[in-house]
Design a protein around this ligand. Structure first.
Ligand code: ATP
Length: 313
């Protein structure tokens, strides 16, 4: 478990993190979201023990990061922003070095290094100096070192930043496969990533937590949560769409009907707490509208993100 209590960090005049509290339990994959400068990296560095808090505490599986840094750091794999340090080392040498620092030696070290090289697709660059690698490969080396000692807690600062779509997919699969009894905290600007891998999301803005819930709970705050999209086929476009617009707007569960694609697509926006799907489907059936597409939105995380971070300086 990670227990964070009243955690704060000032850099001179700058209050980067202003007293945040949260707990992460085994099996949780927590997505940390927020605009640039919100305090995500600073919080992650404090959890990993790389930055000393100005106030508050972090406990990792019972070990206080300040009082017992070694005990806590043994349990943590940390991927910082950007590229790994010691860029002049070759990939293989760097990973062996990290293994030794982590107390993994001999055959066990070789086995684990080969395992992370395989998992992160680093076989082709194992003898190359890190400074000569592309951004995506540097990121993979960073992930490989974070996973090397099979830690119970993974703190990953923008793990898919700079990766190509295949690697992004692979890293997300890897993170999904990891959970179980592990704790994973990732920061990301990619909102689909939250949906793809996280079972919980914390939004931070101006150094404070402004939302905390499951991705589904956040999406439910969207104006488009349960909105029904109807697309009218060529034959039905004109007459049906015009009739449908008025009929749909009159439904009790509907707050508004938006018109797109020159009138061919209607977005039926739900009243808060209501679900218009049943009533919409009945109307489509009863009136015989020529609809070639009908689907329901979960909600738009980007819109929710904008709304809840906008007011915060
Ligand atoms: P991004 O999404 O851009 O990575 P972030 O949410 O990770 O942003 P932080 O890097 O935690 O944000 O920064 C929070 C605030 O603290 C910013 O105003 C930043 O300029 C400031 N800050 C971070 N590190 C330092 C430092 N070492 N010295 C001074 N100010 C710092």
């Amino acid at each position: 478990m990670i227990e964070i209590s009243q955690l704060a960090k000032n850099f001179g005049e700058i209050a980067a993190v202003r007293g945040i509290d949260f707990t992460v339990r085994p099996g949780d994959v927590l997505g940390f979201l927020g605009p640039n400068g919100a305090g995500k990296s600073t919080t992650m560095k404090m959890i990993a023990g790389f930055v000393t808090p100005s106030a508050g505490s972090v406990r990792v599986c019972g070990h206080d990061v300040q009082q017992d840094p070694r005990g806590a750091q043994r349990l943590i794999g940390y991927l910082p922003e950007g590229a790994p340090a010691w860029e002049e080392m070759a990939v293989l040498g760097f990973l062996r070095f990290i293994g030794a620092v982590r107390g993994v030696h001999g055959a066990e070290c070789t086995r684990r290094v080969e395992d992370v090289i395989e998992r992160m697709g680093l076989g082709g660059v194992r003898r190359q100096r890190i400074e000569t690698l592309s951004k995506g490969y540097k990121r993979r080396v960073g992930l490989a070192q974070a996973l090397l000692h099979d830690p119970r807690v993974l703190i990953l600062d923008e793990p898919t930043d700079g990766l190509d779509p295949n690697q992004k997919h692979q890293v997300r699969e890897l993170i999904r496969g990891l959970s179980g009894d592990k704790i994973v905290v990732i920061s990301t600007h990619i909102l689909e990533e939250v949906h793809a891998v996280c079972n919980r999301a914390i939004v931070i803005a101006g150094g404070r937590i402004v939302a905390d819930g499951t991705p589904q709970e956040l999406e439910a705050r969207s104006r488009y949560h349960r909105a029904v999209h109807l697309h009218f086929s060529d034959r039905g476009a004109d007459s049906d769409a015009a009739e449908a617009r008025a009929a749909l707007a009159a439904l009790e569960a509907v707050s508004e009907v938006e018109v797109q694609a020159g009138g061919r697509r209607l977005v039926v926006v739900a009243r808060p707490g209501a679900n218009p799907l049943g009533a919409v489907a009945r109307l489509v059936h009863d009136r015989g509208w020529l609809v070639d597409e009908l689907h329901v939105e979960r909600g738009r995380l980007d819109e929710v993100f904008r709304d809840i971070t906008r007011e915060v300086a």
